[in-house]
Design a protein around this ligand. Structure first.
Ligand code: SF4
Length: 355
């Protein structure tokens, strides 16, 4: 694990991105932005699950209008996701968004300049979202295809343009549908610029494929100290993204939030219903916020070692198990009492009212 690369700090509302801030977790609502109450409800659920910045699609004038109410009531800083239309961006800025995500490859320069000036006036952070599907034609001609170097040239050109207009409240993302092109582009960009980088693997699929692709793409870069904010994309309820995002950060020892459950795959030695136990514990702890390492192990071969290494854990035996807490064997527990005993220990350790 390499040391985190030093970037300059920018702010999306009160949330610092880059500098000495921890890696910030963000998401994007999947609701229709014109449906204000559903959108606010999803923002609340995202915040509860650990999301720190939320992005909203602004496809038309009506959605832009709704941002006024959404920004006023949102518990998270709001970023407007804009494509093609400068008027939507200007309206979003007027209505109080704290960030704009814009792809410089799909908006005319003069319109882009208007957005940058409006953002500067209101101290709104801009994310330059460079995408392999919409690079400038001259850059694609130069490189023959949207290579990592092509993405970086596009990003640096956009950064220079925006800086020329006097705005440095910027973060950058470089994305390709190919994970390795994305990784290479982010490496190259971070060697040349200290603007904070937003990491994400787009179109990653449903939860399992997304977890795999995101862990690779985002995980490789974070392990090299690159990346200041992340978004895991999942086809489905975006709240699921939080589990994957914090799982990646937890595995890399970058941030801890909620339960980290260690469980063995079970084998012929297991004499308890471990799968049921793990599933029930996961479900009971779904809303837990305090970081806690919980080991649920099938037998005494690796069980006591793992359980003792965790904050709390159970190592199974024949229809019973041993409860460990902070490395100490506490008591023998009957299998039917596993859940109640574990939850009581978790309440004691975290102070959270988990039932
Ligand atoms: S902890 Fe025990 S039950 Fe689980 S995989 Fe290892 S040997 Fe098998």
């Amino acid at each position: 694990m390499e040391q985190r690369r030093k970037t300059r700090a920018v702010y999306v509302g009160p949330v610092q991105v880059g500098g000495d801030a921890p890696v910030v977790v963000q998401s994007m609502t999947s609701t229709d932005t014109r449906d204000v109450s559903s959108t606010l409800n999803q923002i609340d659920r995202l915040a509860d699950a650990g999301c720190e910045i939320v992005r909203l699609a602004v496809p038309d004038q009506e959605a832009a209008q709704c941002l006024k109410e959404i920004c006023r009531r949102s518990c998270l800083p709001v970023i407007a996701d804009i494509h093609f239309h400068d008027q939507l961006a200007l309206e979003a800025i007027r209505h109080g968004v704290q960030g704009i995500r814009i792809n410089p490859g799909n908006i005319a320069r003069d319109k882009f300049a208007g957005i940058v000036r409006a953002a500067k006036e209101r101290d709104v952070c801009i994310r330059l979202g460079i995408n392999s599907g919409s690079l400038e034609k001259d850059i694609v001609r130069k490189y023959g295809s949207p290579t990592a170097a092509a993405l970086v040239e596009s990003a640096l050109r956009a950064v220079e343009y925006v800086e020329g207009l006097g705005l440095s409240h910027l973060k950058v993302s470089l994305k390709s549908s190919d994970v390795f092109t994305t990784v290479e582009a982010c490496r190259m960009f971070s060697a040349k610029s200290d603007y904070p980088l937003h990491l994400g693997v787009t179109e990653a699929g449903t939860i399992l494929p997304s977890a795999i692709r995101s862990s690779l793409g985002i995980g490789i870069l974070l392990s090299e100290g690159i990346g200041d904010t992340i978004r895991v994309s999942v086809t489905g309820d975006p709240v699921q993204e939080m589990t994957v995002a914090y799982g990646i950060l937890q595995a890399l020892h970058l941030r801890r939030r909620g339960p980290e459950i260690i469980s063995c795959p079970t084998c012929g030695r297991c004499e308890i219903s471990l799968l049921e136990l793990v599933e029930e514990v996961e479900q009971k702890l779904a809303k837990m916020k305090a970081p806690l390492k919980i080991a649920l192990m099938g037998c005494v071969v690796n069980g006591p070692g793992e359980a003792a290494d965790a904050d709390i854990g159970i190592a199974g035996g024949k229809g019973m198990g041993m409860l460990f807490e902070k490395g100490k064997m506490m008591q023998k527990v009957r299998e039917e009492d596993f859940i109640s005993t574990l939850l009581a220990g978790i309440r004691r350790l975290t102070g959270e009212d988990i039932r």
